[in-house]
Design a protein around this ligand. Structure first.
Ligand SMILES: Nc1nc(=O)c2c([nH]1)NC[C@@H]1CN(c3ccc(C(=O)N[C@@H](CCC(=O)O)C(=O)O)cc3)C=[N+]21
Length: 293
C-alpha cells in the first residue's frame, strides 16, 4: 500500500478562497477583521512563524500588525498592552506568540486576553470550554487537524485514535476534540513504555511529540491514517516531522507530509478564528456564550 497524501496546502488554499468571500460580506457592513500579533524577544523561529501569519492575513484581507517587544519586557507592561487591545474596536483577535521569556508570567498574560478575542484558544475559559463542549475558539493546530480529517471524509466516531504528545497547545486539545467527535482516544508520550503497543492499535495516529523519526513503519497498523504534527529543524535547515515518512507511507492509507501538512492548516485556522470573531462581534453569527446550551 502507498498512502494517499493529505495535502494541507491545497486544503488551506480552498478554505482561504472561501474566507475572502466572507470578508467581502463583512466589508459591506464596513468591517475589516483585525488581528494583533505580539512577538516578545528575538527567537528566530517565532519571527518566521509570525511573518507567515501576517502574510496569510493579507492574502485573505484580514488587517494585521505585529508588535515587537524586547525580551526584557515586564509582565505588567504586557498586561497593560493586552488590556488596551481588548478594548480596541478594530481588533478582533489577539495572538501572543509563544514561547515567552521565562520571567514573564505566561498564565497571567494568557488569562488577560479577552475570551472573545482569544483566537489562539489558549485562555483557560477556552481550554475548559473544550472539555465541556462550550469553547469560544479552538486552538489552531488541532482544529486544523480536524479540518484535514473532515476534508478527507475520514470517520472519527468509534475509531481508535492514538495521540502521541500531550502538550497544552496540541496533544491535550487534540485528544479532547477527537473524544468529542466520538473517538476512543489514547494519549501517549514520546517516553511511553512500549509505545508501539499503543500506536499499532490506532486507526488514526496523531503524532505531536517533537521527536524526529519517533514513529517507525512497524509501529503503524496497515491502512491507518497518520497525521504528523512534528516540526523539527535538521542541521541542514530543512524541516522534518516525527514520522518516518517514506517507511510509514508504505503501510498507512493516508498521511500528512511535513512541510505541507498540518503547518499551513495551523495558519489557516488562525484566519478562520479571526474572521469568526469579527462575524460574532457584528452579529453575523451567534456568540456561543450567548445561546442556551
Ligand atoms: N501563540 C502561538 N500560536 C501558534 O499558533 C504558535 C505559537 N504560538 N508558537 C509556535 C507554534 C508553531 N506554529 C506553526 C505555524 C505555522 C507553521 C507552518 O506554516 N509550517 C509550514 C512551513 C514549515 C517551514 O518550512 O518552516 C509547513 O509545515 O508546511 C508551523 C508551525 C504556530 N505556533
Amino acid at each position: 500500500m502507498t498512502a494517499r497524501l493529505i495535502d494541507g496546502r491545497m486544503l488551506s488554499h480552498r478554505l482561504r478562497a472561501n474566507m475572502a468571500r466572507r470578508i467581502a460580506v463583512l466589508a459591506e457592513t464596513g468591517v475589516t477583521p483585525g488581528l494583533a500579533v505580539l512577538l516578545v524577544g528575538e527567537d528566530p523561529a517565532s519571527a518566521v512563524y509570525v511573518g507567515r501569519k501576517i502574510k496569510a492575513c493579507a492574502s485573505v484581507g484580514i488587517r494585521s500588525h505585529t508588535e515587537r517587544y524586547p525580551a526584557t519586557i515586564t509582565t505588567e507592561a504586557l498586561l497593560a498592552r493586552i488590556t488596551e487591545l481588548n478594548a480596541a474596536e478594530h481588533i478582533h483577535g489577539i495572538l501572543l506568540q509563544l514561547p515567552l521569556p521565562a520571567h514573564v508570567d505566561m498564565a497571567r498574560v494568557l488569562e488577560t486576553i479577552a475570551v472573545a478575542k482569544d483566537v489562539d484558544g489558549f485562555h483557560l475559559y477556552n481550554v475548559g470550554g473544550l472539555v465541556t463542549g462550550h469553547t469560544v475558539f479552538s486552538p489552531c493546530t488541532p482544529y486544523g487537524v480536524m479540518k484535514l480529517l473532515e476534508s478527507e471524509a475520514i470517520p472519527i466516531a468509534g475509531q481508535n485514535v492514538v495521540v502521541v504528545g500531550a502538550s497544552n497547545i496540541v496533544g491535550k486539545p487534540m485528544a479532547l476534540m477527537l473524544m468529542a467527535a466520538g473517538a476512543t482516544v489514547s494519549i501517549c508520550h514520546a517516553g511511553t513504555r512500549d509505545l508501539a503497543q499503543y500506536t499499532i492499535m490506532a486507526d488514526i495516529l496523531v503524532v505531536a511529540a517533537g521527536v524526529p523519526g519517533l514513529i517507525l513503519p512497524q509501529m503503524v497498523k496497515r491502512g491507518a491514517v497518520v497525521i504528523d504534527v512534528g516540526i523539527n529543524r535538521l542541521a541542514d535547515g530543512r524541516i522534518t516531522g516525527d514520522v518516518d515518512f517514506a517507511g510509514v507511507s508504505a503501510r498507512a492509507s493516508a498521511i500528512t507530509p511535513v512541510p505541507g501538512g498540518v503547518g499551513p492548516m495551523t495558519v489557516t485556522m488562525l484566519l478562520e478564528n479571526t474572521i469568526m470573531s469579527a462575524e460574532r462581534r457584528h452579529g453575523l453569527i451567534p456568540d456561543p456564550r450567548c445561546i442556551a446550551a
